[in-house]
Structures are given as C-alpha cells and as structure tokens.
Design a protein. Sequence first.
Length: 189
Amino acid sequence: MAIANAQVGIARAAYFPSLNLFGDGGWQTADIAKLLNVQSTLWAVGANAAESIFTGGARRAQNQFAKSGYDASVAAYRQTVLSAFGEVQDDVNGLLVLNEAQKTQQDAVDAARRTLTIAESRYTGGLVSYLDVVNAQQNLLNNEQQMAVIRGQKLVTSVLLVKAVGGGWDASSLAALQVKPRLKDVVAP
C-alpha cells in the first residue's frame, strides 16, 4: 500500500517541470608543469529546466492509474484485515461451542461411569447377566472416545486461533509462562 501511495506521488510530480542542476570541474593543459596553475582549471555550473507542453492526457491517465492502483491495494489490505478478524472470531466461537460440548460430554461420561458401577453391582448381586456390564462398558468407552475427539478439536481450534492472531510459541516462551503439563491431562481420557 505504501508503494502504491508513492506511485501516486510520482504520477503527481509529472505535472511539475523538471529542474536539473549540474556542476563540472577539472584541469585543462597540454603541459604537465602547468597543471597546478590557476589558468589551467576549468569549471562549469548550470541548470536545466524542462516541461512538456502537450502530453495528450498521458499525465492524467498515469495519475488515475496510480490512484486506481492505490485504491486496489487499500481494498486488498482491508480484505486481509477483515479476513483475519473473521478467522479470529470463528476460532473464538469454535472454542466456546467446544467448551460447552466438552461439559455436556463430561456429564455423559460421568453418567456412563455411574451406569457401569450400577451394572457391576447388579451383576455381583446376581440380578443381571454379564452382558449388561459389557453394554455399560461399551457405552462408557464410546462416551470417552467422543470426549477425546472433542478435546482434540479444542486443541486444533486453539492452534488455529493462535495462528489467526499471528502468534506462536516455542520452548522459551512456554518456560517464561511456566506452562507445565499435568499428569491428569496426559493420562485422563
């Protein structure tokens, strides 16, 4: 965008006359012994001004072209900024939805664990067959797998959010924040 703005300035500068200043100096002599004499020095100073009288609208067209290029670069910049804000908003909303889904799924896992405990107690008491215990275990496993999928989606969305805001991390920045994994996070399903 800055380059396109500079091009507008260059196109506008074409409306003004060009002024060239020059200078020249040296020695002129056929005899080397007279080289350092004042009479052998030569110098010239001058200026040159030029202005085109008729350009057939070329300057105006160049100016409009430069302004159009600037407008296009401004529009592209705005689009980039709006896309970045959109990505951030999408990822933040995604994390909110996934947090709610994780809470709901955690409730389902807890209920499945209670169901398994009840099924095991009923089997131990001789009230039901072992098939009820197996069904309860399968239900718990399915709920735990769904919880793992939601946690994975949260991690991916978190990474996308960090990428969208232009951030990153490395070992030194994590150490500075004193981020340490907990055993519960590593072992728990």
